[in-house]
Design a protein around this ligand. Structure first.
Ligand SMILES: [Zn+2]
Length: 178
């Protein structure tokens, strides 16, 4: 049976529905239909502004971010949901934590809602280290639809893993030139 690593922990009936969709090769199409809107956050500077704006709106008092970047070393197979690091440096007697948010580069081509989900997820880690109740409450405070978006992001990653890319059908009619 296909291991759905991005959906580990979800209830069996949910996983069964996903397996049906996969068998019919409809995961990518289903996600694309539900989330037609792309985003325009193309590079690290735009990502820093995007995450900074979310932070200013919801988490103004959290420690400042030293770095926000897309990272193409984060692979689909590993930490596609991003990484948050707090690099501690001893400076004299003070311990300063340098906060970084890295988001897997594949999110450049994600639906807009999924980039928001991952940005919210990583921002929430500024306050809550573990994936516990307090963490998810904070995520939902920033994005009320967070729970659904996280599931759908995981479904999207599952589609990327198991389904070939959507390509236009070869026999689709060419639109008339105007
Ligand atoms: Zn996390």
């Amino acid at each position: 049976m296909t291991q759905l690593r991005y959906l580990a922990g979800y209830p069996q009936p949910v996983l069964e529905r996903v397996r049906v969709l996969l068998a019919e090769r409809r995961v990518r199409a289903t996600v694309a239909q539900r989330y037609p809107d792309a985003h325009s956050v193309r590079n690290d500077r735009e990502l820093r502004d995007y995450v900074g704006e979310l932070k200013a709106r919801h988490m103004r008092s959290a420690p400042p971010l030293a770095k926000v970047a897309y990272d193409n070393r984060l692979h689909v197979t590993h930490d596609a949901l991003g990484t948050h690091t707090a690099i501690s440096r001893v400076q004299g007697t003070a311990l300063k934590a340098k906060r970084e948010i890295r988001i897997a580069s594949l999110f450049k081509d994600a639906p807009a809602a999924f980039l928001r989900m991952i940005a919210v997820h990583e921002l929430a880690h500024l306050r809550e280290r573990e994936h516990d109740r307090a963490f998810y409450a904070l995520c939902r405070h920033m994005e009320p639809d967070y729970t659904q978006l996280e599931f759908d992001t995981r479904l999207w990653l599952t589609g990327l893993e198991f389904e070939p890319p959507l390509v236009p059908a070869a026999d689709s009619p060419t639109p008339p030139s105007s």
